[in-house]
Write a protein that binds this ligand. Structure first.
Ligand code: ARG
Length: 292
């Protein structure tokens, strides 16, 4: 009897691993050449804590090369002096089916980044580029599941931007309310492990306490099989991860979360992003995804 249940466990494990199929991705990143923490616009940032810009650039390069090693395409946007947070490319555009919704930053310190990315999209052949009326920090607060867009509000993106994204991108948008200032963007509290397909629903991981009670109930209803992260997983930016459907790129400190996703058949890939975290960012924040 014992042997039989062990055999079932081993077979289940082999089966879910076999199901985790990586899909090649296309990302846009921006090297942190002018990276600094000169201002504080989230609880992680402290201008009195020194940052090592060279180390930040090395860590970012390692992240970019990790994506390339996994078979993904990475384009680069030219960084601009005076925009120290421009490395967080995820905040500058949301792309679904080749359609681009630009961003409009909540914080004046970052406002000018949006136009540099808009220009990059136009110069790189994107013909359907809309700049928003409402404040939205792009993939910081918009997460595509393959079927619908999860959208965060509470600290940066305005609820009105959710409706705007639905109109502009033509996809269903589900609004979620963020309540913990440390997890000020949706991508610090939730990520997609594998996108929805015709056969399977999306599989996500998230930290429930970052959301209002109503939003927690919505997430439970939509994603009953989600990997549920705890405070420790969230604190090391473990949820600011990138998955291609099999490989999950996440911060080195996120060992407990890595075990949870490995138990679901994914392969954790660790990166050190300690310098970028001083600005309140992680792997996902540095990564804008192009979905053609
Ligand atoms: N310092 C940046 C800010 O507060 C960090 C942005 C992180 N980006 C993200 N997608 N979560 O705006």
């Amino acid at each position: 009897m014992r042997n039989q249940s062990q055999l079932i466990a081993v077979m289940r494990c082999a089966y879910i691993r076999y199901m985790r199929v990586p899909m090649p991705r296309h990302y846009v990143m921006c090297p942190p050449r002018y990276f600094a923490v000169d201002y504080a616009i989230n609880p992680w940032m402290d201008p009195d804590v020194p940052v090592d810009p060279e180390r930040a650039l090395r860590q970012w390069t390692e992240l970019r090369d990790t994506y390339r090693r996994l078979g993904h395409l990475v384009d680069e946007v030219e960084p601009q002096p005076g925009l120290p947070d421009m490395v967080f490319a995820a905040n500058s555009g949301t792309v679904v089916d080749g359609r681009v919704l630009g961003s409009k930053f909540a914080k004046p310190q970052r406002a000018a980044e949006a136009e540099h990315f808009r220009r990059w999209f136009v110069e790189n052949g994107f013909r359907d580029v809309t700049m928003p009326q409402e404040t939205n920090e792009a993939e910081g607060d918009f997460t595509w599941t393959g079927l619908l867009m999860l959208a965060g509000a509470g600290f940066r993106t305005e609820p009105g931007a959710h409706a705007e994204a639905q109109e502009v991108l033509g996809v269903p948008v589900v609004s979620l309310r963020l309540v913990d200032p440390r997890y000020y963007h949706l991508d610090t509290a939730l990520f997609v492990l594998s996108e929805a397909t015709d056969e399977r629903p999306a599989h996500i991981a998230y930290y429930p306490e970052a959301f209002s009670p109503g939003s927690q109930a919505v997430l439970r209803r939509l994603f009953p099989d989600a990997v549920v992260a705890d405070a420790e997983d969230a604190r090391c930016f473990g949820l600011n991860a990138i998955s291609d459907g099999r490989h999950v790129v996440l911060p080195v400190e996120a060992t407990a979360l890595a075990e949870k996703v490995a138990a679901q058949g994914y392969e954790p890939v660790f990166v050190d992003i300690s310098e970028l975290r001083k600005a309140g960012g992680g792997p996902k924040c540095c990564t804008l995804e192009i979905r053609k």
